[in-house]
Design a protein around this ligand. Structure first.
Ligand SMILES: O=c1ccn([C@@H]2O[C@H](COP(=O)(O)OP(=O)(O)O[C@H]3O[C@H](CO)[C@@H](O)[C@H](O)[C@H]3O)[C@@H](O)[C@H]2O)c(=O)[nH]1
Ligand SMILES: [Mn+2]
Length: 735
C-alpha cells in the first residue's frame, strides 16, 4: 500500500473488517438452539403430576433453563457480527503531522492507600512521555483522596519528567512507565545509552524513596514543602471528605521556560482535587470526570480527551496517534464519539486464576457489540471527543475544529486560571445544571461508564472498540478473590441497576441503536439476574439426588440427547473459543470456576442489593479496588493459589455449595457401588456426573477448607457455617 499524503481521495485512516469463520459458528449456534428448544419441550411435556414428588423442583428447573436460554440468546448477539479495526498511523502522520489536535489526558485517583501515589505518577509519566507534540498535550490528575501525599508525588513527577521524557524520546524506550520500564532488563546497547540509563534509573529510585519515606511517615517534610507553594492548601482540617477546591498547574505548557533538560517544551500538568463537603454527594468517579472536563476546558480545552484509571499506564507510546486515526478519518471520523481500548492487565499469571484477563470478552464479545455500532464505554483506556462527552448530538455539520487553546486562555496567567478553575469544581457548581444528566458522565450509577456510553450512542454517535495486539494500556487486576468478587459485585450491581432504570437499552435505545446492540448490552446488564438460576443449578441437582429424584432423563432415553448435546456442545464451543483467544486449557477451567463463584456470590448479592435499592432501602456506593497487597499474598497470587483469607459471607456460600455437592456425590457413589445396586441409581447418573463436575471444579475450595495452613485458607468460622448450611440442605432433602 502506498502512503501518498494529502489529496482529495486519500486512503482512509482506518479500516473495519469482519471476523472470519462466522458462518460455521452460526450453523453451530443453530444446532445448539434446537437442542435448547428440545430441552424446554421435554420439561413442559414431562412435568411430574401434582401428586408425584419433585413437581416443584421440576418447575424450578424449567424456569432456570428458560432463563438460561434467554440469556444464551443474548450472548449470541455478541458473536454474530464481530468486527476488527485497523488504524493507519503512518497515513495520519503524513497528512496531519503539523495539524494534530490537542489531547487532554485525565487520570483519576481516589485513595492514597489503595492507590499508592508512586503507582499514580507512573501512569502520569507514561502519558507525559508519549509520542505526541508536548505543546498539544495536557495531563490532569484528579485526586478524590484530596491527599497531600499524592500532590507531593505529582510535584516530584513534574521534576523527574524533565529527565524521563528526553530519555524516552532519545532512545525510544518502552514502555514509558518508569516503574514498568526499569522492572524489565535494559538489554545492552551502546555506552551512551548505558550511562543515561543508569543515571535516569538512579533518579527514579531516589524519587521513589523520597515519596515512600513521606508516605511511611504520613507527612511531608519542610524541605519538600518548599518545592511548591501548593502545599499551603493542606492543613489539619483538610480530609478526604471535607476540603476546599484545589487546582494547581504544576507545569504550564505555554510557559517558554517550562522545558526539559534538553530544552524541549513540557506538556501541561495539572493537579485537581474538587471541593468535597460531607453533606454534598460527590458522585464518585463520574463526579470526578465531570470536574476534569470543566477544568480542562478552562485550561487547555483540547477536542480529544483520553481517560485513564490511575493504575493504567500507557504501554504503547503511539496509542494517541492510533486513536486520532479514527477521529480524523475524512469520511467517517466526524461521527465517532469515542475509541475504547479493552482493559488489559500487567499482572496476569499464566492460567489467570481469577479470570481477570477476559480474553474472550476482549477478542470476541466487545468486538461483537462494536459490530452493531454499540461499542461499550468501559471507563478507562478510552479516547473521547469532547463534544460528544459533553452532550452534543452527532451531526454532519459538527465537523471538528481541531484548534487547541481559546484566546481567552492565552491571556490569563497561571494564578488566574487556577482561580477560575476552582470556581468550576465547587460542590454547588452543578446544582441546577445538566451535569450528570445530559452533560458529561451520568450520575447515580456505580458503572457510570456503561450508562454514559449508552447515552452517547443514543445521541447518534458511532463509537469504536479497538483491541490492538500490543496492549495500549495496562492496569492492575485484582489479586485476591475477595477484591475480585467485590469488584464484580459493583459491576454487576451497577449494570443490573441500568437494566431496571429508564436507561434499559430496550427502551432507551429503542430506535436509536440496533437490536443486536441492545441485546449485546444486556449480556452484561443481566449478569446479576443469572445468579438465581445458577444457584439453583448448583444446589438443587444434589439435593434431588439425595432424595432420589431424577431431574434429567435417563441416559438410555432419547430425551437425554438434547441435554448431552447442549451441555457438551456449549462447553466444547466455549473451550475452543477460549483457546483461540489465547487462554490456556487450565485458564479456561479457571474461568469456569470463577463463573460459578461470581454468579453465586457477587451477582447474587448484587441482585438483592439492586432490588432493595429499587425499593428505596439503600444508597449507591463505590468500593474502590485495592491495587496493592502484602508480599505473601502477592506470592500466592503468583503461584496461582486462590486467596480466601477473610470470613466474607461470599466464601460461606462458595464452600457450602462445594461441600453439598461433595456430600451428594459421595452419597450417590455409595448407593451405586457399595450397595451394588446400579439399577437403583441408573436414572440418577446424569446428576451424579453433574455433582462430580462441581466437585472437580471446587477442588481448590476443599484444599482451602481442609488442607491449607497459609493465611489464605478458608477460616474455620466459614467452614463451620457452611457445615450448618449443608446440614440444613440435607435435612430439607430428607423431609
Ligand atoms: O470516588 C471515586 C472512586 C473511584 N475513582 C477512580 O475510578 C477509577 C476506577 O476505580 P477502581 O476502584 O479501580 O475500579 P475498577 O473496578 O477497577 O474500575 C472499573 O470499573 C469502574 C466502574 O465501576 C470504571 O469507572 C473504571 O474505569 C473501570 O476501570 C480509579 O482510578 C479510581 O481512582 C474516583 O476517581 N473517585
Ligand atoms: Mn481499577
Amino acid at each position: 500500500m502506498s502512503e501518498n499524503g494529502g489529496g482529495k481521495e486519500a486512503l482512509p485512516l482506518f479500516e473495519t473488517k469482519a471476523a472470519k469463520g462466522r458462518d460455521a459458528y452460526k450453523l453451530f449456534a443453530f444446532t445448539l438452539f434446537v437442542g435448547v428448544c428440545m430441552i424446554l419441550v421435554y420439561r413442559l411435556t414431562h412435568m411430574p403430576q401434582p401428586e408425584e414428588p419433585g413437581r416443584w423442583a421440576w418447575i424450578g428447573f424449567f424456569m432456570a433453563e428458560l432463563w438460561f436460554s434467554f440469556y444464551w440468546i443474548f450472548t449470541q448477539s455478541v458473536r454474530w457480527n464481530v468486527v476488527y479495526r485497523y488504524p493507519f498511523k503512518a497515513r495520519l502522520s503524513s497528512r496531519y503531522e503539523d495539524k494534530m489536535p490537542g489531547v487532554d489526558i485525565f487520570v483519576c485517583t481516589a485513595d492514597p492507600k489503595l492507590e499508592p501515589p508512586t503507582m499514580v505518577i507512573n501512569t502520569v509519566l507514561s502519558v507525559m512521555s508519549c509520542n505526541f507534540p508536548p505543546e498539544k498535550l495536557s495531563i490532569y490528575l484528579s485526586d478524590d483522596g484530596g491527599s497531600e501525599l499524592t500532590f507531593y508525588a505529582l510535584v516530584e513527577a513534574s521534576q523527574f519528567a524533565k529527565h524521563w521524557i528526553p530519555f524516552c524520546k532519545k532512545f525510544k524506550v518502552e514502555p514509558r512507565s518508569p516503574a514498568a520500564y526499569f522492572a524489565q532488563n535494559s538489554g545492552s546497547r551502546d555506552i551512551a545509552f548505558a550511562q543515561e540509563w543508569l543515571a535516569v534509573k538512579k533518579l527514579h529510585e531516589e524519587m521513589k524513596m523520597r515519596i515512600e519515606t513521606a508516605i511511611g511517615k504520613g507527612s511531608i517534610s519542610k524541605d519538600m514543602k518548599d518545592l511548591h507553594e501548593g502545599f499551603s492548601e493542606w492543613n489539619s482540617k483538610v480530609t478526604k471528605q471535607d476540603h476546599q477546591p484545589i487546582v494547581k498547574i504544576l507545569i504550564d505548557g505555554r510557559n517558554p521556560s517550562a522545558v526539559d533538560i534538553d530544552g524541549h517544551i513540557l506538556p501541561t500538568l495539572v493537579y485537581l482535587a474538587r471541593e468535597k463537603r460531607p453533606q454534598w454527594p460527590h458522585n464518585f468517579k463520574a463526579g470526578s470526570m465531570n470536574a476534569l472536563i470543566r477544568v480542562s476546558s478552562m485550561i487547555s480545552n483540547a477536542p480529544i480527551i483520553l481517560n485513564l484509571d490511575c493504575d493504567m499506564y500507557s504501554n504503547d507510546p503511539d496509542a494517541v496517534r492510533e486513536a486520532l486515526c479514527f477521529f480524523m478519518d475524512e469520511k467517517r471520523g466526524h461521527e465517532i464519539s469515542y475509541v475504547q481500548h479493552p482493559q488489559r492487565y500487567e499482572n496476569i499469571t499464566k492460567n489467570d486464576i481469577y479470570s481477570n484477563a477476559c480474553n474472550v470478552v476482549n477478542k470476541v464479545e466487545l468486538a461483537g457489540v462494536d459490530g452493531y455500532g454499540a461499542a461499550l464505554y468501559c471507563g478507562t483506556g478510552c479516547f473521547h471527543r469532547r463534544d460528544s462527552l459533553c452532550g452534543k448530538k452527532c451531526s454532519k455539520d459538527l465537523k471538528a475544529e481541531w484548534s487547541i487553546v481559546t484566546d481567552q486562555t492565552k491571556k490569563r496567567n497561571v494564578n488566574e486560571l487556577e482561580e477560575a478553575s476552582k470556581a468550576l469544581v465547587t460542590c454547588s457548581y452543578e446544582k441546577g445544571t445538566q451535569w450528570g444528566k445530559e452533560m458529561g458522565l451520568v450520575y447515580g450509577c456505580p458503572v457510570e461508564d456503561i450508562v454514559t456510553g449508552l447515552t452517547i450512542q443514543c445521541r447518534g454517535w458511532k463509537p469504536v472498540f479497538y483491541n490492538p495486539d500490543k496492549a495500549a494500556f495496562l492496569g492492575v487486576a485484582p489479586n485476591t478473590l475477595d477484591i475480585a468478587l467485590v469488584q464484580q459485585k459493583r459491576w454487576s450491581e451497577g449494570m443490573f441497576q441500568i437494566f431496571l432504570s429508564k436507561y434499559c437499552p430496550f427502551i432507551y435505545g429503542h430506535g436509536k441503536i440496533k437490536l443486536g446492540g441492545q441485546m449485546g448490552y444486556c449480556v452484561y446488564l443481566l449478569w446479576a439476574s443469572v445468579s438465581i438460576p445458577t444457584l439453583y443449578y448448583a444446589m438443587m441437582p444434589s439435593i434431588c439426588l439425595l432424595r432420589g429424584i431424577a431431574i434429567v432423563p435417563e441416559v438410555s432415553s432419547p430425551w437425554f440427547l438434547p441435554f448431552a448435546y447442549v451441555f457438551i456442545g456449549r462447553n466444547a464451543g466455549s473451550l475452543a473459543e477460549a483457546l483461540t483467544c489465547g487462554d490456556t486449557l487450565k485458564g479456561w477451567w479457571n474461568v469456569q470456576r470463577m463463573w460459578l463463584i461470581r454468579r453465586t456470590t457477587s451477582y447474587f448479592f448484587a441482585f438483592f442489593d439492586t432490588i432493595t435499592r429499587q425499593l428505596g432501602f439503600s444508597e449507591t456506593a463505590f468500593a474502590i479496588t485495592a491495587k496493592v497487597v502484602d508480599d505473601d499474598v502477592l506470592k500466592r497470587y503468583e503461584q496461582e493459589i486462590i486467596e480466601f483469607g477473610s470470613s466474607s459471607i461470599m466464601f460461606t456460600i462458595t464452600s457450602t455449595i462445594a461441600l453439598l455437592n461433595l456430600f451428594s456425590f459421595a452419597w450417590g457413589i455409595k448407593r451405586a457401588l457399595l450397595d451394588w445396586n446400579l439399577r437403583a441409581v441408573e436414572h440418577l447418573i446424569p446428576q451424579i456426573i453433574l455433582c462430580w463436575l462441581i466437585v472437580m471444579i471446587n477442588i481448590p475450595v476443599y484444599q482451602a477448607l481442609f488442607f491449607r495452613s497459609d493465611k489464605g485458607h478458608i477460616p474455620s468460622s466459614v467452614m463451620f457455617k457452611s457445615i450448618v448450611g449443608v446440614s440444613l440442605a440435607c435435612l430439607l432433602a430428607v423431609c
